[in-house]
Design a protein around this ligand. Sequence first.
Ligand code: ZN
Length: 241
Amino acid sequence: MTLIVASLCTTAWATAGDTAPWSYSAPTGPQNWGELKSEYSLCSSGQTQSPIDIRDAVKTDLEPLNFTYHSGKATVVNNGHTIQVTPENAGGINLASGHYSLVQLHFHTPSEEMIQGRIFPMDAHLVHRNAAGELAVVAVVFEEGAHNPDLEPVLAAMPKNTGGTANLEAINVAQLLPANHNAYSYMGSLTTPPCTEGVRWNVLTTPLEISRAQLEAFQVLYPMNSRPVQPLNGRSVHVGG
Ligand SMILES: [Zn+2]
């Protein structure tokens, strides 16, 4: 997932820029993030990092995710690490731990999540925050298949240059979800510096489809923007259904 915690409080991504030159390839790539800045140390020393390979999920009575998304305006920003969509007042999710409002969503290729060792060509991370400032992310994985009409407005609006922004008159994030809202749940971290922990991850079990042409449209801008999977270190993953 791509954001700096401090920037969650602002929508000024386009002008804020990024103060640290992290990337997805050496020498500023994921293997070295923890050494780039002291603020990034959790990227190498953290014990509950994301993403992970989701295996051996424990079946529980976990309910499907309860979304309260609704349609609204949004901005689409090319922030130098990914394409990020920031909706205005788009609703959120209700978890057992309370309500979290949607802050932004963005994309990785290939998927950061692995499910039973399988990697997908793309994922979307929907980043939410509650009143206490705690984060919950919903991840959706995409497999190659049919053209995805619900994703098309975002792909069509993607600014080609870093710092570029575009406006979407209306986006309903609910349409970017599979019908099945069962999710794998585990505690992890931001997948980009500063790799902050305590993030509630909810990875939807059902993939969406995206066409090869749509995938390539994103990969022209970002051929590879995924952090490798991290050690589980004894964490458990739960799944309902
Ligand atoms: Zn992400």
